[in-house]
Design a protein around this ligand. Structure first.
Ligand code: ZN
Ligand code: ZN
Length: 342
């Protein structure tokens, strides 16, 4: 089968072709796995973190990609949840141990044996993928394959971030950064918390306009003060400055949720501007969001169908994976990027 292969971590400013298209053996599903013929695979910022070594694959070569939609074409001998021909999705969580205290309490996203699709196991930048059947999800019929793919990561992690804010209807929510995940969070929050006001902090005027179109009460730049203080803020930026600025916009007892697998180092010194009385005093807190649990993916897919949320997307071929990644790196973004494979 054809697959885009990552052989080693690299710097995307110097190397614009980090992946190489190769023919590799089609995987064989083990007893509890299904073989999925990939239709589409979303392109995520986390792939840039993997390629540039901020969260590198532990083994090479690796096939990236963790927002996979396709059809079940073969089943392992103990797999029985799906039928041949069923459409399924595969998300960032590829597997977890099922036995540790985190798995037992529904926090399998924190499992020490957490395995990520497209980092710890071959992902969806390929014609086929195998996955444990318990970690595949039926896709609601209303979504096309390309619409469903971005929901599996940006949507599911956005859902978890919103859950971790602990907010209630009527609480004010801030979103700093307004990419794929944040715009889905805005749509979810409007639906779940109709009496809450949403404030968006984004660098580009276009993003701010888009936020207002989607129903944000206010949109400003990342260093702006919001017109009122906020109960919670979700950060989806790759850098540090918006973190410090966001803390000043929180109410006493407010919470900032950082939705980023890794932060870039380039403006880390901005953290030295952190001023205890302005930014942390009065029980303000910072929480990160790590990975996703299966419940985040399945609950979010249900919610997305109910609202409904249909993401904007831009399609590329498997051959164009490098181009899609470089455009993501250079922030040339018109909707979620999706590889159309079969
Ligand atoms: Zn992702
Ligand atoms: Zn576990």
């Amino acid at each position: 089968m054809k697959a885009q292969i990552l052989r080693k971590t690299t710097n995307l400013i110097e190397n614009k072709k980090p992946l190489v298209l190769e023919d590799i053996p089609r995987p064989i599903p083990n007893e509890n796995e299904v073989l999925v013929k990939v239709s589409t695979c979303g392109v995520c910022h986390t792939e840039l973190d993997e390629i540039e070594g901020r969260t590198p694959p532990p083994i090479f070569p690796m096939v990236l990609g963790h927002q996979v939609v396709g059809k079940v074409v073969e089943m392992g001998k103990n797999a029985s949840k799906f039928n041949i021909g069923d459409r399924v999705g595969v998300a960032w969580i590829f597997s977890a141990c099922g036995k540790c205290e985190f798995c037992q309490s529904g926090n399998e996203n924190l499992c020490p044996d957490f395995k990520a699709t497209g980092r710890d196991a071959f992902g969806g930048y390929a014609e086929y993928i195998t996955v444990p059947e318990d970690f595949a999800y039926p896709i609601p019929d209303m979504f096309s394959d390309s619409e469903a793919a971005p929901l599996l990561c940006a949507g599911a992690i956005g859902y978890r971030s919103l859950r971790l804010t602990n907010m209630n209807d009527g609480h004010n929510l801030g979103l700093t950064g307004f990419g794929a995940s944040a715009h889905l969070v805005l749509m979810m929050a409007k639906h779940k918390f109709p009496n809450s006001k949403i404030y968006v902090f984004a660098r580009s005027e276009k993003e701010r306009e888009f936020a207002k179109e989607l129903g944000a009460k206010w949109a400003g730049d990342t260093q702006d003060q919001s017109p009122e203080k906020l109960n919670s803020i979700i950060d989806t930026t790759p850098v540090w400055k918006p973190i410090v600025e966001a803390m000043e916009n929180l109410k006493p007892g407010g919470r900032l949720v950082i939705n980023a697998i890794r932060k870039e180092e380039l403006d880390k010194e901005y953290l030295l501007k952190l001023n205890y009385p302005a930014h942390l005093w009065l029980e303000k807190e910072i929480k990160s969001v790590a990975n996703v649990a299966r419940s985040d993916v399945s609950e979010f897919l249900k919610l997305a169908a109910e609202i409904p949320i249909k993401p904007e997307f831009q399609e590329y071929s498997l051959e164009e994976a490098n181009q899609a990644l470089i455009e993501l790196k250079e922030r040339k973004i018109r909707g979620a990027k999706v590889l159309k494979i079969n």
